[in-house]
Write a protein that binds this ligand. Structure first.
Ligand code: AMP
Ligand code: ZN
Length: 470
C-alpha cells in the first residue's frame, strides 16, 4: 500500500518515495525551552507522533530526530530582540542553563503524559555549536553571507534564486511587507537572516561561544539545518513542524542547507495547522495566557482525552479549543474504552493474531496511508468494535493492534494496589452482596464498576476484575 503525504513544497498529496527503501528519516522541530509548552504546541507533537506511529504501523523503519532549542531563538523573528532563554533567565532569576533544564523536563513530562513516543535522536542546540559554525563557514566560502559589524553574520537571501519556494511567491511578498516594520536597516534584504549573532557589550550573555567571526551565538534557523544534516544526511525524507514555521523558519532552513550542499534539504514538508482559542483566537507562548497540558489532570481529565481530541481532527484542519469539546472527547474516550473492555470481557483467553486481510484492517491501514487520516482510522476502530458480526476475539485482536498507532491506552492494566480506594471498596461490597446472595445489589455494583472502567468477571475460581481504561 502506498503511503501518501501532503507536501507543503508542492502543495499536493504525493506518494511517499523514501530515500532508502522501507525507511523514513523524519526531522521535527522541537520546543524552545524558555517557558512551558502549551497545548497548541502539543497538538503539533501529537500529530508528528501520529505520523511516526502510522509509518511504523505501515511497515517503515522510522528514525525521528527532534531538537531542543536552548539558544538563539530571539523574541523577534527578524533576528532582533533578546534571546528567549536569556530573557527568561533574567525574569526568573535563574541561570540560562537552569532555565533550559527546568523547561526541558517540564516539556517531557507533558510529552510523555500525552503518550508521544520518544524520538530516536534528541539534540539540544548547544551541543552542536561546532556543526553550526562549520555550516556558516561553508556558506561564507560560497559567498552567501555578509557581516554587519557589531550585529552578526547574515545570509543574503537575494543570492538564492528559489528563496521562499516553500511558502510561495505571494506569501513571501506579504512577508516582506510585514518585515519592513521591524526591519534592521543594515540588512541588505528584508528576508536576510542571521547565521551568527555577535555578543554585544550591552547584553551580558550567559551562553556564548568563540567563532571565526567573533564571540556570539548561532542564529536560530542554523540549529535545525546543522542537526538534521548531521543525523539524517544532507537530504532527508520528511521535515515537520507547525504551520507558523513555513514562511520564516523552514524557508530559512531550506535556504542555508541547500545553498551549502547544492542538494534538496527535505523531500516532503508536513505542517500542522494551529490550535486556536475560541475567544481570543491565538495561542502562543510569547502572548502569554496559554494553557499547558498539566491543566488537564488538574481539571480531572486524563491527558489522553486531549490526545483523543486532537486525533479526531485531521492535522491539516485548524482545531478550535473549548472545554466543552475536551469534555465531549473525555466522554468519547471513556466510551471507546468501555466498548473495548466489553469486547475483551467476551474473550476468555489471549487474543489471536490480528487478521491483516480483514476489511477493517485494510480500511484502518488505508486511512493511515492517506495522509495520516486519524479521524477516519478512529471511525474504523469504533465501527469494528461495535460490529457483532465479527467474532469478539478478532475484534479484540484488531483493537489491540490499533493501540500501536493511536496510543490511547484502551486496555491499560493497573496493579491492584493502584486501584483507587473507592473502587476497591465497591469490589468488596459486591463480593459481600454475592455471598449474601443479594444478586440485585451485586448487579448494580457491577454496573457501577463498569461505568468507572472496572470490569468484573465471575469465574468458577472466584471473582476477578480488570481495567478497561488507563
Ligand atoms: P516553539 O516551542 O514555539 O518553537 O514551538 C514548538 C512547535 O509548536 C512548533 O512546531 C510550532 O510550529 C508549534 N506551534 C506553536 N504554536 C502552535 C499552535 N497554537 N498550534 C499548533 N502548533 C503550534
Ligand atoms: Zn526547526
Amino acid at each position: 500500500m502506498d503511503f501518501r503525504i501532503y507536501n507543503t513544497l508542492t502543495r499536493q498529496k504525493e506518494i511517499f518515495k523514501p530515500l532508502k527503501e522501507g525507511e523514513a528519516g523524519i526531522y521535527t522541530c522541537g520546543p524552545t525551552v524558555y517557558l512551558y509548552a502549551h497545548i497548541g504546541n502539543m497538538r503539533t507533537y501529537i500529530a508528528e507522533d501520529g505520523l511516526v506511529r502510522a509509518m511504523k504501523f505501515l511497515g517503515f523503519k522510522v528514525k525521528r530526530v527532534m531538537n531542543i532549542t536552548d539558544v538563539g531563538h530571539l523574541t523577534s523573528d527578524a533576528d532582533t530582540g533578546e534571546d528567549k532563554v536569556e530573557a527568561s533567565a533574567r525574569r526568573e532569576g535563574k541561570s540560562a542553563w537552569d532555565v533550559v533544564k527546568f523547561y526541558t523536563e517540564a516539556f517531557f513530562k507533558d510529552f510523555n503524559a500525552l503518550n508521544c513516543l520518544a524520538p530516536d535522536v534528541l539534540c539540544p542546540a548547544t551541543d552542536y555549536i561546532r556543526e553550526m559554525v562549520d555550516l556558516g563557514l561553508a556558506l561564507e566560502k560560497k559567498g552567501y553571507t555578509y557581516v554587519i559589524p557589531g550585529d552578526g553574520v547574515y545570509f543574503d537571501t537575494a543570492k538564492l534564486p528559489d528563496y521562499g519556494k516553500l511558502a510561495g511567491k505571494s506569501h513571501m511578498e506579504g512577508l516582506r511587507e510585514g518585515a519592513r516594520i521591524e526591519a534592521n536597516a543594515q540588512k541588505r534584504g528584508l528576508t536576510d537572516f542571521a547565521v551568527w549573532k555577535f555578543s554585544t557589550p550591552e547584553e551580558k550573555r550567559q551562553m556564548e561561544w568563540d567563532s571565526p567571526w567573533g564571540k556570539g551565538f548561532p542564529g536560530w534557523h542554523m540549529e535545525c539545518s546543522a542537526m538534521a544534516m548531521k543525523h539524517l544526511g544532507e537530504t532527508m525524507d520528511i521535515h515537520c513542524g507547525g504551520e507558523d514555521h513555513v514562511a520564516i523558519h523552514h524557508t530559512n532552513e531550506i535556504a542555508q542547507s541547500e545553498a551549502a550542499t547544492g542538494k534538496p534539504f527535505a523531500h516532503y514538508w508536513m505542517h500542522v495547522r494551529f490550535l486556536v482559542l475560541g475567544d481570543s483566537g491565538k495561542m502562543s507562548k510569547s502572548a502569554g495566557g496559554f494553557l499547558t497540558a498539566s491543566v488537564l489532570p488538574e481539571k480531572g481529565y486524563d491527558p489522553l482525552a486531549y490526545r483523543y481530541y486532537c486525533l479526531q481532527t485531521h492535522y491539516r484542519k485548524q482545531l478550535e479549543f473549548t472545554w466543552e469539546a475536551v469534555e465531549a472527547s473525555a466522554r468519547g474516550l471513556d466510551g471507546l474504552r468501555s466498548l473495548a473492555g466489553r469486547v475483551m470481557a467476551e474473550v476468555p483467553g489471549a487474543a489471536p493474531a490480528v487478521d491483516r486481510n480483514a476489511k477493517y484492517f485494510m480500511d484502518f491501514s488505508g486511512a493511515l496511508a492517506d495522509d495520516v487520516n486519524m479521524p477516519e482510522a478512529l471511525a474504523v476502530l469504533w465501527e469494528t468494535l461495535k460490529d457483532s458480526s465479527i467474532p469478539a476475539p478478532q475484534r479484540l485482536a484488531f483493537a489491540l493492534a490499533t493501540e500501536e498507532v493511536l496510543g490511547l491506552k484502551l486496555f491499560a492494566e493497573k496493579a491492584a494496589e493502584e486501584l483507587p480506594a473507592e473502587l476497591a471498596a465497591l469490589i468488596k461490597e459486591r463480593e459481600a452482596a454475592r455471598k449474601a446472595k443479594d444478586f440485585k445489589r451485586s448487579d448494580e455494583l457491577r454496573k457501577a464498576l463498569s461505568d468507572k472502567g472496572v470490569l468484573i468477571e465471575d469465574t468458577p475460581k472466584g471473582t476477578t476484575w480488570k481495567l478497561a481504561r488507563g
